[in-house]
Design a protein. Structure first.
Length: 284
């Protein structure tokens, strides 16, 4: 929470520096990218699961978005739950730091667009942790699972659920009223190399189609989409074991050749045609 608190304040200062010193000359845009899943209630007939889904979104996307895109402060659900659990643990104040009034004014509205990293959807339900457990998970009081019918990937946490992408874009629009750029979206693989990555084509086709529907039908101000990623690269803690690239990088060859996967050809056509061509029209 302390790290996130300082990150939000640092972001605000960076935005103001650009806005005050460089925007007039460069006419650029500056903002922040936030990574978030979409959350659905595990049991749609249980109110507490619906509450858990809303809480999940406020503790994930809302953690950074609420101060920047709304009122300069954390959401009430975050402040209340973390304060109550902190006091129950014998602390004199909340483990979530507080912004001063001047900091809230400095933070509020420091965006030109909403940068979105999104990969998957989760099913969530309420889980009450022991009062003594002090952690992010215990503060939000949520557990998550995946639907067993969803296709998997090379990452244990990433399951294919394109409908959640469309719902997330609509929710972000309703919640924050900002233009949206999708800055990351993609799927991973592990193990033996297969350049015929039909699962990645399916993922991008399905997710981009949801983005298209959000833009065309649901009035989402979606300004751009970026696939993650152009080529296989270092993926945080998992190193090179999980590959997200449209191009395969052969790391056993000192020259590191880049080989196009089937998804690279699909994505190139999508960009070239500016959308999904009608097969009845022949080659596009």
């Amino acid at each position: 929470y302390v790290v996130g608190h300082n990150l939000i304040k640092a972001h605000a200062e960076a935005w103001h520096i650009y806005n005050d010193k460089y925007r007039a000359k460069q006419q650029g845009l500056i903002s922040i990218t936030i990574n978030t899943d979409w959350a659905e209630p595990r049991n749609p007939h249980k109110q507490e699961d619906h509450d858990a889904a809303r809480r999940y979104m406020q503790f994930l996307a809302g953690w950074f978005a609420h101060p920047i895109f709304k009122n300069g402060d954390y959401s009430e659900v975050m402040k209340t739950r973390i304060r109550e659990r902190s006091l129950a643990q014998g602390l004199s104040k909340s483990r979530l730091p507080e912004f001063t009034e001047s900091e809230k004014q400095r933070i509020k509205g420091t965006y030109d667009f909403f940068g979105l990293n999104h990969y998957t959807t989760v099913l969530v339900y309420n889980l009450n942790y022991p009062a003594a457990v002090a952690s992010y998970d215990s503060d939000r009081g949520i557990a998550s699972v995946s639907d067993r019918s969803w296709l998997g990937s090379g990452s244990f946490w990433l399951h294919v659920a394109p409908a959640g992408f469309g719902k997330l874009l609509r929710w972000l629009t309703d919640e924050y009223r900002a233009p949206i750029y999708v800055t990351e979206n993609g799927i991973s693989e592990r193990g033996d190399v297969d350049l015929n990555d039909t699962w990645r084509i399916h993922y991008h086709k399905s997710y981009i189609n949801e983005a298209l529907k959000a833009y065309m039908i649901q009035d989402v101000n979606l300004c751009g989409y970026t696939a993650w990623t152009l080529m296989d690269n270092l993926e945080w803690a998992v190193g090179f074991a999980e590959r997200f690239g449209l191009y395969y990088v052969n790391r056993t060859d000192p020259a590191l050749p880049r080989l196009p996967k089937a998804s690279a050809k699909f994505y190139a056509q999508l960009v070239r045609c500016n959308g999904f061509p009608n097969p009845a029209d022949g080659d596009h």
